[in-house]
Design a protein around this ligand. Structure first.
Ligand code: F1P
Length: 341
């Protein structure tokens, strides 16, 4: 995270320098919509990015799996800024979406880790996330750094368009706190390993979150699936009552992501619904949750940055669950480093 922030923040003016965007202020003001495309963890980081861009720059934004986008003959809109996200920069579905968009005259930026990769070369500009090599197949630090890169991009667009200096300062000081806070979370590894051993008997796991918590829930469920092979579902918390509550029982614990935003009370009500059905609950929150069986407490920052912090303990949870089950974490079955077909 230090690396993605380094040299990019101007504290005095609460602005960021993203030289590689190749987009001047006039062009940035002309963006009417942002569409973010990626696969797997990159798609989930893109969901976080879309929320940040809506919140901080007030531009309508959404994310879609690149693999879906490329097959559905999408309407390509000249006033939409397209952003392709990829750790490897080689994922074929994402690359194909970029090539198709550019053929149709769209502006496409990349948020990419590997410098000089195919997606980095094919896009009009972008932000490198500087996460270093992902030594294992699954994306972890790159997911976190991509979310930070999106916070920078959202701040940049926001300062050009709508965001007040005061809000800019608030976000900048939050970004500055991240590396130390992440170290605090990593220092809880032993306790998280114990929790992982406790929940490793799960038949399936349910991950829930609302708005800022939802992309984190999705990514946490993907991480668990990828490395532990435990079946996991992720739902927006309000969708639980539209069917999936039927799955809740003691063998199906719920992991709830609870940012401390205006939805916290609603989220606590969800915990009650799960509890009433006999489900165990592991919460990720900024304070102990009495409705949960266990809480992993993460440091407070600006709520907009919560998705960055809250994903990290759940990456550790997936890792230690896989370890407890004796899985080969660095070579998970059926997962390629980059999917190039
Ligand atoms: C996308 C991705 C990863 C996943 C695995 C397969 O890769 O879905 O998120 O962990 O490596 O590919 P990328 O486009 O971000 O390189």
């Amino acid at each position: 995270v230090d690396r993605v922030l380094r040299g990019r923040i101007d504290d005095r003016f609460a602005t960021v320098r993203l030289g590689g965007l190749n987009m001047d202020a006039r062009e940035a003001r002309g963006v009417r919509r942002v569409k973010i495309l990626g696969c797997g963890s990159a798609y989930h980081a893109g969901m976080i990015g879309a929320q940040m861009i809506e919140e901080l720059a007030r531009v309508p934004a959404d994310a879609e799996p690149a693999s879906e986008f490329r097959y559905r003959n999408p309407v390509v809109d000249p006033d939409t800024l397209y952003i392709a996200v990829s750790q490897s920069g080689e994922t074929y579905d994402t690359l194909a979406a970029v090539q198709e968009l550019r053929r149709k005259g769209a502006r496409v930026l990349g948020v990419v880790n590997v410098v000089g990769s195919a997606i980095a070369r094919e896009t009009d500009g972008g932000v490198y996330v500087h996460a270093g090599p992902e030594v294992c197949v699954v994306s972890t630090k790159c997911f976190t750094n991509t979310a930070v890169a999106f916070a920078l991009l959202a701040l940049h667009l926001g300062r050009i368009r709508d965001l007040s200096v005061a809000d800019g300062r608030r976000i900048v000081s939050g970004l500055r706190k991240l590396p130390e806070q992440i170290s605090e979370i990593l220092a809880q590894e032993e306790a998280i390993a114990k929790l992982a051993a406790e929940y490793a008997d799960a038949r399936s796991m349910m991950f829930v979150g609302r708005v800022r918590g939802y992309p984190v829930a999705r990514e946490a469920s993907l991480k668990l699936k990828e490395v532990s092979y435990i079946h996991a579902e992720a739902y927006p918390a309000s969708e639980l009552k539209h069917g999936p509550l039927a799955l809740i029982e003691p063998a199906v614990p719920t992991v709830a992501v609870l940012p401390e935003d205006e939805l916290l009370e609603k989220n606590r009500a969800t915990l009650e619904e799960v509890r009433a059905r006999g489900g165990r609950i592991l919460a990720v929150a900024h304070a102990e949750q009495e409705k949960a069986d266990h809480t992993i407490v993460v440091p407070r920052n600006e709520v907009e940055l919560d998705p960055i912090l809250m994903g990290i303990p759940l990456q550790l949870l997936a890792y230690h669950t896989a370890l407890a089950l004796g899985r080969d974490i660095d070579k998970p079955r059926n997962l390629a480093k980059s999917v190039t077909v």
